[in-house]
Each structure stands twice: as structure tokens, then as C-alpha cells.
Design a protein around this ligand. Sequence first.
Ligand SMILES: C[S@@+](CC[C@H](N)C(=O)[O-])C[C@H]1O[C@@H](n2cnc3c(N)ncnc32)[C@H](O)[C@@H]1O
Length: 238
Amino acid sequence: MATHAPDSFTSPRYDTQRDQLAAYFDGTARKAWIDLTSDAKVSGIRATVRAGREEMRGVLLSMLPTDLRRKRLLDGGCGTGALAVEAAFRGAEITAVDIAGGLVEVARERAPQFLGHGKIDFRAGDFLDSGLGEFDHIVLMDSLIHYPLEDMVAALRALSQRCSGSIVFTFAPHTTMLGAMHKVGKLFPRSDRSPAIVPIAEERLEQALSQMDGWNIGRSQRVSSGFYTSHAMQLVRC
Ligand SMILES: C[S@@+](CC[C@H](N)C(=O)[O-])C[C@H]1O[C@@H](n2cnc3c(N)ncnc32)[C@H](O)[C@@H]1O
């Protein structure tokens, strides 16, 4: 895999979690993820997740400028590439990167040849790799939800140094159900676990982000659809 070690932020815990996510999304979860992000028939529960994710994609895109012509956009953790394609049709020049190289291949195959004024450079690797360059906007849809608060904030700080406009991202809000699921998940033997989604308390996140010099929290919106709950937040350079 063409992965550069991220040089602006790293910790053994972050590296381990990132590598587990790559193995999970390219292995155990690969087929389910490919189906979920297509029109394939899925179970009722997964259909609610698909609907929620489609709504969330719209929310994140609405937090970016409508006209993205000549704007450099990083889609960090692009998965199978649906958001990148929509942003490209709005004119963006996109670097779409994911640590799961197999999903990047799917994204490359799925992307239409004609993208209007936009273009997409798909890459396998870590979204924190500073070699990816500088951006006007950065989007991370459900790509940080498996990292604890400290690593999520450290990642956003590192990315903010390479971004001149806005960062839009999601986190898994701490709800009673997610908190309970997280606790139950910890009871399973490590080898049986899929990477846990880490519930984040909104106030703690806001407090940590309010200390990011030169950035303000902008719009914030939660999406709940059956088994999918995720919260979008916008950071804007001031
Ligand atoms: C829940 S999926 C979301 C994928 C896509 N954003 C979407 O909404 O369809 C999370 C994705 O983030 C990727 N990811 C997690 N950590 C990453 C990292 N450090 N660098 C690049 N990709 C990462 C995973 O491989 C996975 O494809």
C-alpha cells in the first residue's frame, strides 16, 4: 500500500487503530461496505443506516461552498467515493484518500469518467500525510468516528495547518444507546471485535476545538436514522 507515515501527528495508539481500520475495511467489512454504498438489497437495519448516511452526505456537502470550482478539497477516508463524486460535479479538485486501498480501487472504478469541471485524484494512504499537500476545504465523513477524542482533536489540528478555508467532519455523539453499545463491545475478546465507534461528548469536543487558534466552530447538525446516528460539525478559519 502506498502509505506515507503521517509526519505532522502520530502516536502508537493512532497508528494501531488506523492499521486495524485498514484491515477491517479491506477485509471483514469489505463486502458489507461495498453493498451498503451501492443500490444492492440490504437488511432493514442497514437500509436505515444507508438512508442516514445519504442524508449526512447532503448535510456535509451543504456545509461546503456551493461553487467549488478551482477549490482544492481533501476527502479524508473517502471509502467508495460517493461524496468525492458529488463534490467533483460542483467543480472541486479533489484528493480522495483512504487507508483501505481496496475501497479506493472500488471508488476509482465507480467514479464516472466525466466529472464536469471537477477532478478526483484517488490515493491509498493516511489522510494525515502532509505529502498530500494543502487544501481550501477538508471533509471527513465518519472517518474519525473510531478514534478517541484526543486523537480526533489532534488529527483536526494537524489537518488545520494545511487548510485555508473550512473543515467539515462528523463524530459519533454520546447517546445512551451508543454509550451502552461501546461498553458491551469491550466485553468481547479482542479478536472478535470490529473496531469500536467511540462516542464523543459534544461539549468536550467543542471545548477542545475552541482552543484551536484561528478557527471557529460554524454549523453543527445531527442526523439520526434508525441505527445510524452521526453529528456533523464545521470548523471555519477566522
Ligand atoms: C465509516 S468509513 C466512511 C467512508 C466514507 N467517508 C463514507 O462516508 O462513505 C471510514 C473510512 O475512514 C477510513 N480511515 C480511517 N482512518 C483513516 C486514516 N487515518 N487515513 C485514511 N483513511 C482512514 C477507513 O478506511 C474507512 O474507509
